[in-house]
Write a protein that binds this ligand. Sequence first.
Ligand code: HMG
Ligand code: MG
Length: 298
Amino acid sequence: GFPAEVRIVEVGPRDGLQNEKTDIGTAAKIELIDRLSRTGLRSIEATAFVSPKWVPQMADAAQVLAGIHRDPAIAYPVLVPNEQGYERARAAGAQEVAVFTAASEAFNLKNTNATIDQSLERFRPVLERAAADGVRVRGYVSTVLGCPYQGAVPLADVVRVSRSLHAMGCYEISLGDTIGIGTPEKARAMLKAVAAEVPMPALAIHFHDTYGQALANVLACLEQGVAVVDSAVSGAGGCPYAKGASGNVASEDVVYMLHGLGIRTGIDLDALAGTGRWLAGLLGRETGSKAGKALAAQ
Ligand code: HMG
Ligand code: MG
C-alpha cells in the first residue's frame, strides 16, 4: 500500500542545474536553495564537488554551500565522486554527501572514468571518513532501468550494486532511471528486486522524465511502499553524460499527486510552484511542471 508520508529529495539545484546551458550564476543558485528552504522541504541536494573540468556548471560548489542560509531542520547533501570531492565538501561545511555509481559499466566509465568496482573502491575511504566525521552518506545507482550505451541492464546488476552501497554504509540508496526510459511495470519489478535485498525504508527513487513516464513510474513504486522520491523543481536538468536525457520528474507534479493521494509531504505546493516558475524565468523558459503552470493560471 501507499506510505502515509513521503520525503521529497529536491535535486534541482544539483541535477537540474548541472545540465542547463544557461548559467544562472552563483548568487541565483544560492537564492534558489534559500527559496526551496522555505517551502517545507526536508532534503535539498545543493551542489556537486565533482571535477570542474567534467561538469563546469558545478565549479562554484564551495561558494554555493558557503552562501546558503542553512535551516537546521533541512539536510543539504552534496555529490562527491571521490575522496578529493569529500575533502572539498567538508572544507565547505557539508554535513551530508552522496556518492554515485551505476548498474551499467559503460555508463559509469563515461560518467566517472571508472568501472563499477573501481568506483566502489573509491567510496570506501569516503565512507570511512564520513563515519568518523558523523557525516551521512547517500548512494546513487544510475541506469537502473536502462543505459544509453549498453541498452538493457540486468536487474541482478542493479541489486548487486545497491546491496554493495548499502553494505558499505550508505543510509539510503537512490535508484536512478538516468535516461527516463522505464515504464511502470519495469520500475515496480526493479524496486521489488532491490527491496528483497535492501530494506524499503533505505530506498529512494530518482526518475528522469525523458519519455513522459516518470510520474507513472513514481506511482507504481509508491504502491510498492517506497517513501522517498527525488525530484527537481520545474523539472529542470538532465545528465551531462547521458545524451538526450531530460530533467527529473518535476517536484511540483509529484507533490500535487501525493497530496491528491492523501500522502503527507510537509511541502507548501504554492511556494514550491512559485519557486519553479521563478527558476524557469531565470532559465529563459516556461516551467517544466504542469502543476506549476496550472497553479499560476488560478
Ligand atoms: P578523472 O579525470 O579520472 O580524475 O575524473 P583524476 O582522479 O584522474 O583527476 C584528474 C583531475 O581532476 C585532477 O586535476 C584532479 O585534481 C581533478 P589536474 O591535476 O588535472 O588539475 N579532480 C577533482 N577536482 C575537483 N573535485 C574533485 C576532483 N576529482 C579529481 N572531486 C572524476 C574522475 C570522478 C573526478 C570525474 O569523472 C568526475 O568528476 N565525474 C563527475 C561527473 C558528474 O558529475 N556527472 C553528473 C552527476 S551523476 C548524475 O547526474 C546521475 C544521478 O543524478 C542519478 C541518475 O540520474 O542516474 C546522480
Ligand atoms: Mg539524475
